[in-house]
Design a protein around this ligand. Structure first.
Ligand SMILES: *Cc1c(COP(=O)(O)O)cnc(C)c1O
Length: 351
């Protein structure tokens, strides 16, 4: 008898997340986590969380968190969808909306999960090359397609697209879903959120992982027209009714309610980023104008991989992608001022 079950396996080449090294003496600048703790209310609420409540399933509609997010952005609950990190939300979006025979468009240099989802779900796609300065060329997205998705600011370049250009892309794409992945929008960009009132085919996706210091809690959300949110929920309930756990739902509410703390953290990271930019250029690095919590930099004479390895020996972790066009770049997350000072001192020694 032929054992041919392997022919029927869904074979995938998975996304490779950044390393999560153990230890307290390391400086971790490789996965764009926030160096500051979550809002104080999160820790406070955690003290009152009772294990007994874990007997019960969480809210299937995530309504407490959905309501808090909607309130924060001045939306209706029906315009908000939440999931287990924005990765979960984005995967649901691919599954729900990218079912055309035509290819979905996204940049060649971008979040490296998009092609993984497209491959896994057998969605046709076409990548559009960034220009020499790593900018997205909006005209590339005017051809007929099965949907459009890109991060703004883009990852791993950190470069922001102006809202007027996003609107041009929307004007040329009214028959497909356009997704703006705003994982880093809080670090100096302008959100496309107001455009959801004007374009019923726009989804804006954000996350608690970066600007709200909650990567470990896995909270992401999409905002858009009620009809889009309904379609997303139909797919979610057909897949797993209880995506988000009780702790994430409760603690997420605490995080979103503390606007002052959130703004303070973002301001600190922006200031540290701008200081780090001038230090890095003094050391011979070149980089685009990042509006995110990382800097994507290349050195004028030393190969990126060499710097990457040398930093790792000093227990400083940054991210290096062995990919065409960007193999000579390092993505350096913004940590605290003192972490960035240590990085700069270390680079002074290495270079
Ligand atoms: C970090 C990131 C995400 C996903 O983050 P989650 O932790 O799953 O919310 C999505 N898109 C981009 C571009 C990211 O950098």
């Amino acid at each position: 008898m032929m054992r041919n079950w392997e022919d029927y396996v869904r074979k995938v080449t998975p996304y490779v997340p950044g390393e999560q090294p153990e230890g307290t003496d390391i400086i971790k600048l490789n996965t764009n986590e926030n160096p500051y703790p979550p809002a104080p209310g999160v820790q406070e609420r955690l003290k009152w969380l009772s294990a007994d409540s874990f007997r019960l399933y969480p809210e299937p509609d995530c309504k407490t968190l959905v309501r808090a997010i909607a309130k924060h952005y001045g939306l209706e609950s029906a315009q908000v969808f939440t999931g287990v990190g924005s990765d979960d939300v984005l995967a649901m979006i691919f599954l729900t909306f990218f079912n055309s025979e035509k290819p979905v468009f996204f940049p060649d240099i971008t979040y490296s999960f998009y092609d993984v989802w497209a491959e896994m779900l057998r969605i046709p796609y076409e990548t559009k090359a960034l220009d020499q300065d790593f900018l997205i060329r909006k005209e590339d997205y005017y051809e007929e397609n099965g949907g459009v998705i890109f991060p703004n600011p883009n990852a791993p370049t950190g470069i922001l697209m102006e809202l007027s250009e996003i609107e041009d892309i929307l004007l040329h794409n009214q028959d497909v879903i356009v997704v703006i992945d705003e994982a880093y929008i809080d670090f100096g960009g302008t959100s496309a959120l107001p455009l959801i009132e004007k374009y019923e085919n726009l989804l804006v996706v954000q996350t608690f992982s970066k600007s709200r210091s909650m990567a470990g809690m896995r909270i992401g959300y999409a905002m858009g027209n009620e009809k889009l949110i309904r379609f997303l929920n139909d797919v979610k309930y057909s897949f797993n009714s209880y995506t988000m756990n009780r702790a994430a739902l409760l603690l997420g509410v605490e995080a979103v309610q503390d606007g002052a703390y959130f703004e303070e953290c973002c301001r600190k990271i922006i200031n540290t980023r701008e200081r780090t930019k001038s230090e890095l250029s003094r050391l011979g690095f070149a980089f685009g104008d990042s509006k995110s919590n990382f800097i994507f930099a290349t050195h004028k004479s030393i190969p990126a991989e060499e710097i990457f390895e040398a930093l790792k020996k000093e227990k400083i972790y940054v991210r290096h992608f062995k990919k065409p066009r960007i193999e000579n770049y390092l993505r350096i997350s913004i940590g605290t001022d003192s972490e960035m000072e240590k990085l700069i001192h270390c680079l002074e020694r290495i270079l």
